[in-house]
Design a protein around this ligand. Structure first.
Ligand code: HEM
Length: 278
């Protein structure tokens, strides 16, 4: 009787190095190609493991370069701090999705902004929930981005050859803070109005570009009727557009350069090399 693998499940096999990309894991199974199951393991009735998303995709799309570089890579195991970058990405995506729904009802005019925000919270189905997700999500994203920055700093991931990725990160953190500033005005209540006036005036005192930045943000020398629509355009079009482009470049460089090993692994390697030399 022929032994057939159960649908969607594949026997476990040790991962093999890809011959063409060093350090890149070959797909699961016996590594023979998209159609290959580990027949020997199946005959022995080996334990079945759930098929991975990466394996599922590869079986249908083949080994495209994009899949090879994103899904079949060696990554350091048993260290949750490496998940912080992805957590920031999820926070960003959550902000984008909730922001789109808020934009459907929000009106960025000085006379309607407060009323439309109040309408979202008090009248709209799930409005308070979505607005709360967006408001608290902004804080979560800022906390996560600083944790991610601290992790990459303490693991030395800013050093050669990843300096460019660190610089992109510095721009991303600045843009994230700018999202916080421009979003804070939008509810247009007393607190957001006066806090934004203070923040923009502070920006205006910066050296050289400060006064220009203040004028740009206000849309003139003083707060006026177009300030809120300007903040809205910056908040939902300009900065997110820049961030999407920079996150793309950031992730491209992560997949191209690989992940930095933890400092204690590097130290162990150095000790082992020193022993070999003796
Ligand atoms: C929207 C903001 C950001 C997103 C979505 C993001 C996402 C990611 C992801 C998914 C990774 C790979 C996994 C990991 O090592 O955690 C990563 C790595 C990295 N990120 Fe970010 N990041 C962001 C902001 C930043 C910031 C603010 C910095 C520092 C200033 C930074 C510096 C780095 C560096 C140097 C790496 C390489 C880590 C390594 O080689 O181990 N990132 N980022």
């Amino acid at each position: 009787m022929a032994i057939l693998p159960r649908l969607g499940r594949r026997p476990e096999a040790p991962p093999a190095e890809s011959p063409d990309i060093p350090g890149v894991l070959k797909r699961g199974g016996n590594g023979e190609g998209p159609s290959g199951f580990d027949k020997e393991a199946l005959k022995k009735g080996a334990a079945e493991v759930p098929i991975s998303v990466a394996g599922w995709l590869e079986e249908r799309l083949g080994q495209t370069p994009a899949l090879k570089h994103t899904l079949f890579r060696r990554v350091p195991g048993h260290d949750w701090t490496y998940t912080l970058g992805f957590a920031v990405l999820i926070a960003f995506m959550s902000q984008a999705v909730t922001g789109v729904f808020l934009a459907m009802y929000y009106d960025p005019s000085p006379t309607q902004a407060y009323a439309s925000a109040a309408f979202i919270t008090n009248e709209l189905f799930l409005g308070e929930f979505v607005r709360g997700m967006h408001r608290w999500g902004s804080t979560v994203m800022i906390v996560l981005i600083f944790l991610h920055m601290a992790q990459t700093f303490f693991y030395g991931a800013y050093k050669y050859p990843r300096e460019m990725n660190w610089l992109i990160g510095v721009i991303l953190v600045t843009l994230t803070l700018a999202m916080g500033l421009t979003g804070y005005l939008l509810p247009f209540d007393q607190r957001s109005f006066w806090a934004t006036i203070v923040a923009v005036n502070l920006n205006g005192t910066g050296p050289i570009i400060g006064p220009y930045l203040g004028d740009f943000l206000r849309g003139g020398a003083d707060f006026n009727a177009i300030t809120i629509s300007r903040f809205y355009a910056i908040h939902m079009l300009l900065i997110p557009g820049l961030m999407i482009a920079l996150i793309g470049a950031h992730l491209y460089l992560v997949t191209k350069l690989g992940t930095t090993a933890p400092p204690w692994v590097k130290a162990r390697k150095r000790r082992e090399l020193a022993k070999e030399e003796i």
